[in-house]
Write a protein of this length. Structure first.
Length: 363
C-alpha cells in the first residue's frame, strides 16, 4: 500500500501543537527538572489509548513546553515539512493564538511566529499567501508525478493556509479578538476560524457572536461537532450551517438527516476517535456508512504527534479496513479539493494537478 504514501493528499484538520514530533516534544521536556521530566516523559510515551480527558491534560502540558515564539516557529516548520514529506499538497493548519504576558506574547505575535515558521521551511516550496490577480501563475507549479521521477531537481511544493482556533475555554471577547486577528491576517494566508478545545467545556452561545461576525466578514468556519454526546449543541451547530465540521461522532438519526440534507463536508479523524475511546473500533466507525451514503468526507489526522499517526496511515487504515482500492482512495483525496477554504485559484491549481496525476497513474 505504498500508494497511500505516494498519492497526493489534502490535510484539512491538523492542530499545530497536536502535530508536534514526539522527538521534539521529548527534547523540549529535557529543559524541565528531573522529577517533572519523568512525569512528562511518561505521558508523552504513553501513545496508546488516552481518554479525551487525558488528551486535554496532555495539551496543557504540551503548551507549557511549546508556547514561546521560537518554539512555535520551530514546530510550524517541522509540521509543514512532515506533511510535505508524505505528499500532502495542501495543508490547512489550525492553531489557537495564545497570549502570555510574561514572555511578551500576544495573540498577534504568536501568529507572527507561525508565519516565520512557514517562511523558514526550506526542504519544500511553501505557498502560504493568497495571490493577487496578476500573479496567478506560480513560480513552481505542483510537479507532476512523471516530472518527479525524471527530474531529480524538481522540488516538492505544498500550499499552506491557516485557520485560527477559538478554544472552548475562551470568553466571547477573547473569541472575538481571535476573529479580528484572523481578519487582519488574511493577507498572510489566514482563511478561516475553527472552534475546538475540550468539548465538555463551554456553551455554544458564548462563541456564536464571534462565529457570526467571522462569517459576515467573509471568513470560512469549521466546527468541532459531536465529539461528545450533546444533542442540543449538535442541533445548534448544524443550524449555524458551518462550511465543514470535524468528527461528528455522537450523531443521532435526526442530526444525520439534517447533516445529509445540508451536505456539509465532514473532517474524519479515525485514529484520533479510536485512541480517545470515542469510537470502540475502526469497524464501528461512522466513516463507512457515510462513505456508502456518498456524503462529502475528508480523511484527516487531527493530532498526528499526539496520536502517532500520519495522513498516509489514515488512508491505509481506511483502504484496508473497508476494502477500498487505489482508485477509490484517489477519488476520496481528490474530492477534498472542493472543500478547501483557499481561493478558487488554488482550487483550480489542485484540480489540474490531480487530473495530471490521475492520467499518470492511469486511473
Ligand atoms: C478538540 C482539539 C482536539 O491550537 O495549540 N484540539 N480540540 N478535539 C480534539 N480532538 C482530540 N485536538 C486538538 O493545538 C492544540 C489544541 O487544539 C485543540 C485543543 O484546543 C488543543 O489544546 P494548538 O496549536
Amino acid at each position: 500500500m505504498e500508494w497511500c504514501f505516494s498519492m497526493p493528499k489534502l490535510e484539512l484538520h491538523a492542530h499545530l501543537n497536536g502535530s508536534i514530533r514526539n522527538s521534539t516534544l521529548l527534547e523540549l521536556a529535557t529543559a524541565l527538572d528531573e522529577k517533572d521530566f519523568s512525569e512528562v516523559e511518561h505521558v508523552i510515551l504513553k501513545y496508546d489509548d488516552r481518554s479525551l480527558k487525558e488528551v486535554f491534560k496532555l495539551f496543557d502540558l504540551i503548551h507549557i513546553l511549546t508556547t514561546d515564539h521560537d518554539t512555535v516557529t520551530r514546530i510550524t516548520k517541522e509540521v509543514v515539512e512532515d506533511f510535505a514529506s508524505e505528499n500532502v499538497v495542501y495543508l490547512e493548519l489550525r492553531t489557537t493564538p495564545k497570549r502570555n504576558d510574561s514572555i511578551g506574547m500576544s495573540k498577534r505575535s504568536y501568529i507572527e511566529a507561525v508565519l516565520k515558521g512557514l517562511r523558514s521551511v526550506n526542504s519544500v516550496d511553501v505557498d502560504f499567501a493568497p495571490h493577487s490577480e496578476d500573479s496567478k501563475t506560480f513560480l513552481n507549479p505542483l510537479p507532476s508525478t512523471t516530472e518527479d521521477k525524471c527530474n531529480r531537481d524538481s522540488r516538492k511544493k505544498i500550499f499552506v493556509r491557516l485557520l485560527l482556533s477559538i478554544d472552548r475555554r475562551e470568553t466571547t471577547e477573547a473569541a472575538m479578538e481571535t476573529v479580528k486577528l484572523a481578519l487582519e491576517m488574511r493577507q498572510y494566508g489566514v482563511v478561516g476560524i475553527d472552534l475546538s478545545g475540550n468539548p465538555s467545556i463551554g456553551e455554544w452561545i458564548t462563541y456564536l457572536p464571534a462565529l457570526k461576525f467571522a462569517r459576515e466578514q467573509g471568513l470560512h468556519v469549521t466546527l468541532h461537532c459531536g465529539e461528545v454526546r450533546n444533542p442540543k449543541e449538535i442541533h445548534n451547530m448544524l443550524d449555524f450551517h458551518p462550511e465543514r465540521i470535524g468528527h461528528a461522532i455522537f450523531f443521532e438519526e435526526e442530526h444525520w438527516r439534517k447533516l445529509k440534507s445540508s451536505n456539509i463536508p465532514v473532517e474524519i479523524c479515525l485514529t484520533s476517535n479510536i485512541r480517545t475511546l470515542s469510537v470502540p473500533s475502526v469497524d464501528a466507525h461512522h466513516f463507512v456508512d457515510w462513505y456508502n451514503a456518498k456524503h462529502p468526507l475528508v480523511l484527516c489526522t487531527d493530532d498526528s504527534g499526539v496520536f502517532s499517526t500520519s495522513l498516509s496511515n489514515e488512508y491505509k487504515i481506511v483502504a484496508m479496513s473497508f476494502g477500498l482500492g487505489r482508485k477509490e482512495m484517489f477519488e476520496l483525496s481528490r474530492n477534498a479539493v472542493e472543500f478547501i477554504f483557499a481561493d478558487n485559484g488554488v482550487k483550480e491549481d489542485l484540480r489540474t494537478y490531480f487530473n495530471s496525476v490521475a492520467k499518470n497513474m492511469e486511473l
